[in-house]
Design a protein around this ligand. Structure first.
Ligand SMILES: *Cc1c(COP(=O)(O)O)cnc(C)c1O
Length: 362
């Protein structure tokens, strides 16, 4: 019987075991300073090592140039749903919101409070297969201030891997479950953001990578805590940051660098998702109806045709150490989140279990 546990939670999600062990080892006496890292000032000389590592590692991994500011904020991705329109436009302006699933809809609903919104639905269905319209067919409004989209819909497991190429348009992306999973060209974006608890670290911190030329706007009613310019000039310390999340995230990024950076993770992430999709596609028992071009490498969703078996599948998987496979409540079924910290062994265990379960109940 397998005793190792594999955590497929969508977020807060799995973190590298090595990193967690180091945190445990260092917790009561971090860097020999006689206290834990969460008991010291964010402005101390000791903590500044973490601050520098965090930003430098992220810039290094994603190849972020000096044209961009990197901010570490609070309020999650949902905080950014409000911060973006509040920073970048006024109530008379319009913005394009690409609608590809749950989270892009949520960001659009929030933006509607602050501006006019073009709802551009790009999720289509053909022969009971879901797919996303190619970007060249997206009907972007020339007058809109920016275009917002979500490259990986965490709940549905539907992804847009194509990178944007629109002239004279500010491009904004919710990269919460996509950032650091594969290489991207940062220069194609004006603002991307991601909450930490998917693929970066513990919940609390939100990464915002923003082109510096967007830091000029001045809206007198903008809450200071959401103000990109204020946060930039105070090195993301306008208020007290979530020091624990910064600390752990800096260790996760360092771990990624040591392993071989984005290239390494992109390769292994594709291998992991391929194994799972092959398992699903090769069976008459499991099903995923997303077009191969739009399948997520991070959140692999699937169903059993006979929904009466749903609870049993999750229970039996749980007993074998395969945890948190239940799909999000808005769509049901199953979801295996396979972020960077998920080792390929976890995928072997899961596909083996799926074979066993199908044999027994199929
Ligand atoms: C998880 C998630 C969110 C919500 O993040 P919070 O930090 O809870 O606000 C938003 N967008 C995407 C794509 C997500 O995966």
């Amino acid at each position: 019987m397998n005793t190792q546990t594999y955590n497929f939670s969508a977020g807060p999600a799995i973190l590298p075991r090595e990193v967690l062990k180091d945190i445990k080892k260092d917790f009561l006496n971090w860097n020999n300073i006689g206290t834990s890292v969460i008991e010291i000032s964010h402005r101390s000389r000791e903590f500044s090592v973490i601050v520098n590592n965090l930003e430098n590692s992220l810039r290094d991994l994603l190849n972020i140039s000096d044209q961009y500011a990197v901010l570490f904020l609070q309020g999650g991705a949902r905080g950014q749903f409000s911060a973006i329109p509040m920073n970048l436009l006024s109530s008379k302006d319009s913005a394009d919101y690409i609608n590809s699933g749950y989270w892009s809809q949520q960001s659009m609903l929030e933006a509607k409070k602050y501006c006019l919104v073009d709802n551009i639905n790009v999720q289509k269905m053909e022969n009971s297969t879901k797919y996303i319209l190619e970007m060249k067919n997206w009907k972007i409004n020339k007058k809109s201030i920016y275009m917002h989209y979500c490259p990986n819909e965490t709940i549905e497991g539907i992804a847009i891997h194509e990178e944007p190429n629109f002239e004279n348009k500010i491009i904004i992306g919710d990269f919460s479950s996509y950032l650091l999973s594969r290489s991207i060209d940062i220069n194609k974006y004006d603002l991307i953001y991601a909450s930490a608890q998917k693929n970066i670290g513990p919940a609390g911190m939100t990464v915002v990578i923003i082109k510096k030329n967007l830091l000029t706007k001045n809206n007198p009613f903008l809450p200071s805590i959401l103000d990109y310019k204020k946060n930039f000039f105070s090195q993301s310390m306008f208020n007290t940051p979530v020091t624990f999340s910064w600390y752990v995230s800096s260790l996760v990024l360092e771990w990624m660098q040591k392993k071989g950076g984005i290239k390494y993770f992109e390769k292994i992430n594709k291998k992991k998702s391929k194994l799972l999709y092959q398992k699903i596609d090769s069976s008459e028992f499991y099903n995923n109806n997303i077009h191969v071009n739009n399948r997520s490498d991070m959140n692999i969703t699937f169903n059993i045709y006979d929904h009466k078996l749903d609870n049993l599948f999750v229970q039996e998987a749980h007993l074998r150490g395969l945890k948190f496979l239940k799909g999000h409540k808005v769509i049901g079924g199953f979801r295996a989140s396979t972020y960077n910290a998920m080792p390929i062994e976890g995928i072997y265990q899961l596909t083996e279990f799926m074979t066993y379960f199908e044999k027994k109940f199929g």
